[in-house]
Structure formats: structure tokens, C-alpha cells
Design a protein around this ligand. Structure first.
Ligand SMILES: *Cc1c(COP(=O)(O)O)cnc(C)c1O
Length: 336
């Protein structure tokens, strides 16, 4: 292990920085947090919400962000859509027009429901509200498709290590705009561990505020090298292709996506169980016969849905192999 105040660490930290900025299409610094995504999701609220935050909600993760806002003592209001229904730009315009908010949280890809929100259109609306700081979670969409932070005008963008990045859990990335840093200066209860200005001050020296998870940073460097070797466009294309394979399989089976039409995720497919599948029995079959398992739905749609992932390091071979296992599980459990 190397010391986190050593020249070796500074070299490691600074060597990944240009690549991370490229992946986010940003010139803002990309901070590395030793926490899961929730650390920086909570931390962002503490850094930028002064007047009030509008929490866009349509699934387990986005709903929870509202709860976290209240636990931080913030004035928070839900923009609640039914699970699986996308957040629409006009909903946001209507809510922000009240003048009640100076921050907004949005989950780009709601992992629990397999719904992708129309980020570009939403960010267009946000340009009408220059005092509102945007916090966007890209935990399950980062590097799945291009997310051009600066062009879109996203203030705070964040992701975790274990989903779209396909690394072990325990690390998060966040990139913060100048506007968001200015806002943070106006708040004196930002705390320490996730304070944007602590991140920035240390970042300027090629370091993190406290001892970081150095082993994950090596893994990040390796994963970034692999992403570069594949090529970003190829990576985006692979995700679309694999997602398409899953959708085709669902069509053949007569199964439907849970997400509102037109807003299905490119990272994963959340399948609505029409009642013909015995999901727990299928899972038992997979565990006993295929050395595999399946998702059984998340939160309040557990049992009513299941999800098939195609993000990270999945390949056509791994996806087809897995769909083959699901075929066998369906056959063995006597459904459809
Ligand atoms: C998994 C997930 C999170 C939470 O990640 P943790 O690693 O548990 O902190 C947040 N947002 C989205 C969209 C997720 O999929």
C-alpha cells in the first residue's frame, strides 16, 4: 500500500483525472469519495440546499432521496410520479416556477424500475432557473451512454463504483461546478467528510480530504484504461446492443417492460411479471442448477418484476448465456 500523502498517491490521483473528466465531458474537477453513492448523495444536499430542494421521485432510489433530504433538515418537496413513469420537463418547470427551491435532485436512470429520465430535456428547462443547483445521480448510467455534464449544465454529477463502472462497492465519484462550489460557501453546516470545499482544496494538491480507499483507486485506473481501450463510442454501442438483445428476448416471451413506453433504460431491463412466472421458483432453479441467480424486483415492486442487467462488463456471450439459463428456468418451473 502507498501512503495517501505520498508523491506516489498524487501521481496515481492526478493520472486518472483527465480520463475521468473525459468520461463526464467536463472541465470541472472529479472528486473521489470513499463511500458508496449515498454518501455523496447526502453530502450534495448538505452542500447546496439553502432554501429548498425538489426531489424528483419515481422509484426506490429517487424516493429515498426525499427521505434523506428531510433527515438532513432540509426543506424538501417531492415531485412524485408513479414508479416506472418518467419525470417530464414540464413537471419540473411547474414546480420550480413556485420559486420555492434552489436545488433539485434527479436520478438519471432509476435502477429499481429500469426507467431512464429524459436528462437532456430536463436540463433545458433547468436553464430557465439559474438559481437552482442540479444534483444528478448517474450511478447506473455513467459511461452507458454519453452524459455531457458541461454542455447539459449539470452542477453536481455523481456515480458509485459497483454498477455502471463494474468495480467493487465502496467508492463514489462526483464532479461539482463552480456555481455549486459558490453555493456551498453560503452554507455553514456542510459538515466535513463530504464538504465540496474540502474535496476541492485537496484535489488541487492531487489528494483527498481523508484517507481514501486506495485499492479501489487502482481498480478505477485499471477500469478507465479498459474503457479507453474499448473506446467510448464502442462502449455506448455495446450497451445499446446488449439491451436490444434482452428486449428481443422479452418480445419472444411476450413479456413487457415495467417502464413507461419510450423511457426504458439502456442499462438494464425491469420486466413486469404478468403473473405467468414463478420468480422465486426460477431463482431456486438458477441457484441449484446454473450457479446463477436472478433479481426478484426491488422495493415495493419485489415479486411483481425482475431485472436483467446489461451494464458494466457484460458481453454478448454473457448476456446470451444468462438468457439461456432463464429459458431453462422458465421451462423447468412450468411457466409460460
Ligand atoms: C444503487 C444505487 C444507489 C445507491 O448506491 P449505494 O452504493 O447503495 O450507495 C443510488 N442511486 C442509484 C440510481 C442506484 O442504482
Amino acid at each position: 500500500m502507498i501512503g495517501h500523502r505520498s508523491p506516489e498517491f498524487v501521481e496515481l490521483y492526478q493520472s486518472i483525472q483527465p480520463d475521468l473528466q473525459k468520461l463526464l465531458y467536463t472541465e470541472d474537477p472529479v472528486f473521489i469519495s470513499t463511500s458508496s453513492a449515498w454518501g455523496v448523495m447526502e453530502g450534495s444536499l448538505r452542500n447546496v440546499v439553502k432554501k429548498g430542494v425538489l426531489n424528483c421521485m419515481s422509484g426506490a432510489f429517487s424516493d429515498k432521496w426525499f427521505d434523506v433530504s428531510k433527515r438532513c433538515g432540509k426543506h424538501a418537496k417531492p415531485l412524485q410520479k408513479e414508479w416506472g413513469v418518467a419525470i417530464k420537463p414540464e413537471d419540473i418547470r411547474r414546480e420550480l416556477s413556485t420559486g420555492e427551491f434552489d436545488a433539485i435532485t434527479l436520478i438519471h436512470n432509476e435502477t429499481s424500475t429500469g426507467t431512464m429520465n429524459p436528462l437532456e430535456e430536463i436540463m433545458e428547462v433547468l436553464k430557465e432557473f439559474p438559481d437552482v443547483i442540479s444534483i444528478v445521480d448517474t450511478v447506473s448510467s455513467f459511461t452507458v451512454l454519453p452524459i455531457k455534464k458541461d454542455e447539459l449544465g449539470v452542477d453536481v454529477i455523481l456515480t458509485g463504483s459497483q454498477k455502471a463502472l463494474a468495480l467493487p462497492p465502496g467508492m463514489a465519484l462526483l464532479s461539482v461546478s463552480e456555481r455549486a462550489l459558490d453555493r456551498a460557501k453560503e452554507l455553514d453546516d456542510r459538515g466535513y467528510y463530504f464538504d465540496f470545499h474540502e474535496f476541492k482544496k485537496n484535489h488541487d494538491k492531487g489528494m483527498t480530504p481523508s484517507t481514501p480507499v486506495i485499492s479501489h483507486i487502482y481498480a478505477l485506473k485499471q477500469q478507465v484504461a479498459q474503457i479507453n481501450a474499448e473506446g467510448l463510442e464502442n462502449r455506448y454501442q455495446r450497451h445499446r446492443h446488449l439491451n436490444g438483445i434482452v428486449h428481443e428476448w422479452l418480445n419472444e416471451k411476450g413479456l413487457k417492460l415495467f417502464a413507461e413506453e419510450g423511457y426504458a433504460s439502456v442499462s438494464l431491463s425491469c420486466v413486469a411479471n404478468d403473473g405467468s412466472l414463478n420468480i422465486p421458483a426460477m431463482n431456486t432453479y438458477l441457484r441449484e442448477n446454473c450457479n446463477a441467480q436472478m433479481d426478484q424486483g426491488y422495493g415495493k415492486i419485489k415479486g411483481k418484476t425482475f431485472r436483467i442487467n446489461n451494464m458494466g462488463n457484460e458481453t454478448e456471450e454473457s448476456i446470451r448465456e444468462y438468457l439461456g439459463m432463464l429459458d431453462r428456468a422458465i421451462e423447468a418451473t412450468g411457466n409460460l
